[in-house]
Design a protein around this ligand. Structure first.
Ligand code: NAP
Length: 343
């Protein structure tokens, strides 16, 4: 069956990664059904409409049946929607539950539609690496984060449970109703932003660095990947031959220490107040008191810790090539400057 003009439902389409997935799909000639929580919210849809002919539907992870209309008649579903939060008043209710129940909700729509061949789920490297492993351990797609617990690391827990819920849901279906399923597991994503709302997720770090919002540099390593390459991986995973489709694909380009990210941003954007000096680790804990995103339990695990990854599968099997991270850093910052997001 030709894919020309086939309909693809992208959940969470107004989000940072979702928007880039929509862009690639439109470029390849697919019809796109985009779900957003509130189609009347201009701040979340204007950038999506600007991409071209996008059919926007309402879709809320927490509302049963909410995705039925959007998925009806689609050949593929790319499920990116999930709460991207590290802390919340009630992490189980606000982060884990919407991710897991929402995944089942989307997959129920897939079963009802009877037209969907494959679902690509946006998972995360947070569902793969596990701080309980020794630092020399090299993580690959066979690994699962077994030690994340809701009260301490709710976001990783939500990604583990949502990915596993999708597999369990699909496997429990009668053979005739089963659809193909695969996951994309990106590391920390940088790359051009399309809307102010994209600064609430991973690109927020670059915007804060360019605006001088971080006083000094903590001892963090980042495994980075470009959002455009992550979007490409989603679309390749969507169309890859069934016989050799894998269950998950790690997307990772390059590791940089935060001091090196800052050094490169200073060179790329001279005059910007990007921090120069390192902050001693005890002071990071003190700073965390004022920054709700940085919990002590997270800092204890992550400060100074490097995560080794084997990301050959996405290159070898899907043929994705990752652009140099300098291009990613430059384009991230430049998109923010051009759109007036870092004044
Ligand atoms: P984002 O811009 O915040 O996108 C998340 C999307 O999920 C938004 O469109 C949001 O919709 C939607 N969403 C959240 N709660 C929802 C709910 N209850 N019902 C319906 N939609 C809901 O973040 P992102 O970085 O693009 O993340 C997209 C996916 O990539 C997520 O699954 C995330 O876990 C994964 N990921 C991200 C990174 C990264 O570094 N950015 C790395 C690995 C994996 P609204 O616009 O309505 O709020």
């Amino acid at each position: 069956m030709s894919d020309q003009g086939a309909a693809v439902c992208v959940t969470g389409a107004s989000g940072y990664i979702g928007t880039h997935v929509v862009r690639v799909l439109l470029e390849r000639g697919y019809r796109v059904r985009a779900t957003v929580r509130d189609p009347s919210d201009e701040a979340k849809t204007a950038h999506l409409r600007a991409l071209g002919d996008v059919d926007i539907h309402a879709g809320d992870l927490t509302v049963d049946g909410s995705f039925d209309d959007a998925v009806s008649g689609c050949r593929y579903v790319v499920h990116t929607a999930s709460p991207v939060l590290t802390t919340a008043a009630d992490p189980g209710r606000d982060i884990v539950q919407p991710a897991v129940d929402g995944t089942r909700n989307v997959l129920s729509a897939v079963v009802k539609a009877k037209t969907v061949k494959r679902v690509v789920q946006t998972s995360s490297i947070a569902a793969v690496y596990d701080y309980a492993r020794p630092p020399a351990y090299v993580f690959s797609e066979t690994d699962w984060n077994e030690s994340a617990i809701t009260d301490v690391l709710p976001y990783p827990k939500s990604k583990v449970l949502a990915e596993r819920a999708a597999v369990a849901f699909r496997n429990a279906l009668p053979a005739a109703e089963q659809f193909e399923l695969t996951a994309i597991n990106p590391t920390f994503v940088f790359g051009p932003v399309d809307a102010q709302i994209h600064l609430r997720t991973s690109p927020q770090l670059v915007s804060e660095l360019l605006r001088g919002k971080l006083p000094a540099i903590p001892d963090f390593f980042f495994n980075l990947v470009d959002v455009r390459d992550v979007a490409e991986a989603h679309v390749r995973a969507m169309t890859h031959p069934s016989e050799t489709l894998a269950d998950r694909y790690i997307c990772f380009a390059e590791e940089l220490h935060m001091a090196e990210i800052c050094r490169r941003l200073r060179a790329m954007f001279p005059g910007r107040p990007v921090p120069r000096w390192s902050i001693p680790t005890p002071l990071v804990y003190a700073y965390a008191v004022f920054d709700r995103r940085l919990t002590w339990s997270y800092l204890r695990r992550a400060l100074g810790r490097r995560i080794q990854l084997d990301a050959r599968r996405v290159r070898d099997a899907l043929g994705v090539t990752f652009r140099p991270i300098d291009e990613t850093l430059r384009d991230t910052g430049q998109s923010m400057v051009d759109r007036g997001f870092v004044v």
